[in-house]
Write a protein that binds this ligand. Sequence first.
Ligand code: SF4
Length: 227
Amino acid sequence: MQISEIYKSLQGESTYAGLACVFVRLTGCNLRCSWCDSEFSFYGGKKMTVQEVLEEVARLSPSGGFVEITGGEPMLQEREVIPLMEQLLDADYTVLLETSGERVLSRVPKAVVKIVDVKCPHSGEADTFAMENLQAIRPHDELKFVLTDRADYEFACSFVVSNHLAGRVNAILFSPAFEKTASGARDTSHCQLDPQQLAQWILEDNIPARLSLQIHKLIWDPAAKGV
Ligand code: SF4
């Protein structure tokens, strides 16, 4: 499979934020979200076998723990990424899959925690979510909406309510998009949607969503790779 990078850091998002995790980033994506922070992974990388990836994960985290499969869009390499996830599970890792929601997820091993994006209008990739994925969602999974403004927020609320998602997943994440060009900055003024404003809307509307900040961008330079 084509791998962009493998590294160990703290999980920056989701309900696993703050925990040590090995990230396996696969090369390639078929979407082009306006706020994408991993465009470097669209091309390049190096070919690795499933066995080589497993060995690198074991070197970075020899005694189990969390492994996140991410990208790019990892499910574009489904033929190899599913055996990789199965073997990581067999080796007692907790496996997280970060995915755009555009690929069909029904063949992902059930024990994998899927963190699935639903693209909002201002991502530039609205309507790419494969609605059949709502059938593949399990109680331990998480749904993520990256928001840039009120219109994105209203789309996300409507999607949650009309698809009766409250209580169906471990978390519904509402995450303000970070400025793509932010560099050196480490504060929430670089969020495209003010987290304080988003918090207020969530409270006013009683939406069962969790405000999710990308903590790795507050800890390290937002432009830094491998963190
Ligand atoms: S799906 Fe993810 S990797 Fe692909 S363009 Fe959107 S944010 Fe970037």
